[in-house]
Design a protein around this ligand. Structure first.
Ligand code: ADP
Length: 506
């Protein structure tokens, strides 16, 4: 019998075979751009980063470090500390100390001033932060510069404004902070997820210990430096780097009052079990398998752009990515033709190049997962269409792809691929579209494309998804709550709903 490893390799080989044999989508060479890479000259990375505990960078008691690499080149960028249980304990104690002695006693308006100061410094450093994000995570500079970093800044500004107005957010209640919050984030939006977690927590008077993902720790380290520069009282924000074990030590620490987690559904379930019965508050933002529903009366070209934005920009590394396309049968041929024409023009390559649309896959492990699921799609009988774009010789890459002939039962229609791979299905009636869209364990986001306002209201109200975009996709705002249904988790981030996760009401 073949071992799991052999099976995996056989599947990966099946994909490589399809990649080799498939007639490639044509790329119009007349549209080639000259390279336009963002300069890295002014970006200074340390060779080695310690842990940010009690307002200082300290060497880990574990004495362990690990390398973080650029997934587009496989070049090592820096060594980062791996926090052990003793390090996590020191960070939690620093956070507890800061909470008791300083932060919870500060006038809310003064707390707000610190958060404003962080926002302004982040804004000044936008360019540097965007470059570090693209180097460490592989996402195109267009995304980190125009989406991630501006949203990071907006999050701090927005929450700074709430610091002294919480009684208006929760009228008729006395509002108090929770205490020490443990926050664990993934690699797809490293700095944005840190902002989503830290900004509301500290604005509400809590202190935090944040654990970034092991493959993308560098912008969190840059954020630690911003906190230093803002003179934030020591211990209000602590950042411990490491992998799953570090995260688990934080989850299980008895002096942590709340855990906020964004990541995979599997790890979310582990955390939910670990916190059950401990009295710790918990919010989980987990996986997704969003349906983008396109009706025959939709503006097709705009819908195609929305689909492209929803799954290919950012390499599909978005938990709310529009990874399932449900298209009304009557327009399926036209839409798919337009989609493959558009995919053929996407430029994959150097994430620091301003013309790049699709960057690198975040890690070798993620690339293997994508390959495995894509191979499974081929084995299950779906038809794979892939862009013929050139694949750089170094780094981790997967070309923009889509599957047709997908059945609801296929793994590619049900599981999160977390790569630039779209599963296309068709429907005939609005009821069928809703039925198919909701027929998965996830419920994070969805999209509806139609010219009829009444249809938008009718369909969105039936969707079991936390966020439903209409005639657009992947749009965020700090005042708008984000979060899931079903196995996509619970709790909301952003807006007044998001503040609720960081306060006690009486
Ligand atoms: P993804 O598939 O998005 O990488 P993971 O759920 O594996 O998602 O990781 C998200 C975050 O959770 C990362 O910071 C990771 O280090 C952390 N993590 C992984 N395993 C655990 C665990 N058992 N307990 C706490 N945190 C964990």
């Amino acid at each position: 019998m073949a071992s799991v490893k052999e099976e995996r390799e056989a599947r990966a080989e099946a994909v490589r075979r399809v990649e080799r044999e498939k007639p490639a989508l044509e790329f119009g060479s007349a549209w080639e751009y000259s390279p336009a890479p963002e300069s890295r000259d002014h970006v200074r990375l340390d060779e080695r980063y310690g842990l940010f505990i009690g307002g200082k960078f300290v060497a880990p008691k574990s004495r362990k470090y690990f390398a973080t690499i650029n997934p587009a080149t496989e070049e090592k960028l820096a060594d980062v500390a791996e926090a052990g249980a003793a390090d996590v304990d020191a960070a939690v104690r620093a956070a507890e100390d800061a909470y008791r002695k300083r932060w919870s006693r500060l006038k809310p308006a003064d707390r707000g001033k610190y958060v404003y100061r962080i926002a302004r410094i982040l804004q000044e450093k936008s360019r540097e932060l965007a470059i570090i994000e693209s180097m460490d995570g592989g996402k195109p500079i267009k995304e980190s510069r125009d989406v991630d970093v501006p949203l990071v800044v907006a999050h701090f500004f927005y929450h700074a404004g709430w610091a002294d107005k919480l009684e208006y957010a929760f009228p008729r209640h006395a509002v108090s902070p929770i205490g020490v919050c443990g926050q664990i984030i993934p690699w797809n939006f490293p700095l944005l997820m840190a902002a989503w977690k830290i900004a509301p927590a500290i604005s509400c008077g809590n202190t935090v210990v944040l654990k970034p993902a092991e493959t993308t720790p560098l912008t969190a380290m840059a954020l630690a430096k911003v906190c230093e520069e803002a003179d934030l009282p020591p211990g209000v924000v602590n950042i411990v780097t490491g992998a799953g074990e570090t995260g688990a030590a934080l989850v299980n620490h008895p002096r942590v009052n709340k855990i906020a987690f964004t990541g995979s559904t599997d790890v979310g379930k582990i955390i939910q079990r670990a916190t059950a019965g401990t009295g710790k508050r918990l919010t989980l933002e987990l996986g997704g398998k969003a349906a983008n529903i396109v009706f025959e009366d939709a503006a097709i070209d705009q819908a195609v752009e929305g689909i492209i934005n929803g799954i290919y920009f950012n390499q599909g590394h978005v938990c709310c990515a529009g990874s399932r396309l449900l298209v009304q049968e009557s327009i399926a041929d036209t839409l798919l033709q337009k989609l493959s024409d558009r995919i053929a023009t996407l430029r994959m390559g150097d994430p620091l190049d301003k013309n790049t649309d699709v960057g690198a896959i975040n890690s070798k492990m993620q690339l293997d997962k994508i390959r495995e699921l894509v191979a499974c799609g081929v084995e299950e009988g779906a038809e794979l269409h892939q862009s013929s774009c050139a694949i750089p010789s170094k780094g981790y890459w997967f070309p923009p792809s889509f599957f047709t002939g997908v059945a609801q039962s296929h793994r590619i229609a049900r599981e999160e691929i977390f790569g630039p791979v779209l599963s296309v299905m068709t429907f005939r009636t609005p009821e069928e579209a809703v039925e198919k869209a909701n027929n998965i364990p996830y419920g994070l986001s969805a999209g509806v494309w139609t010219d009829k306002g009444s249809k938008i209201f009718k369909i969105t109200s039936k969707m079991r998804a936390g966020v439903v975009w209409a005639n657009t996709f992947n749009k965020f705002d700090p005042s708008s709550p984000f979060g899931g249904y079903k196995e996509s988790g619970f709790g909301r981030e952003g807006g007044v709903h998001g503040l609720r996760a960081y306060v006690e009401l009486s």
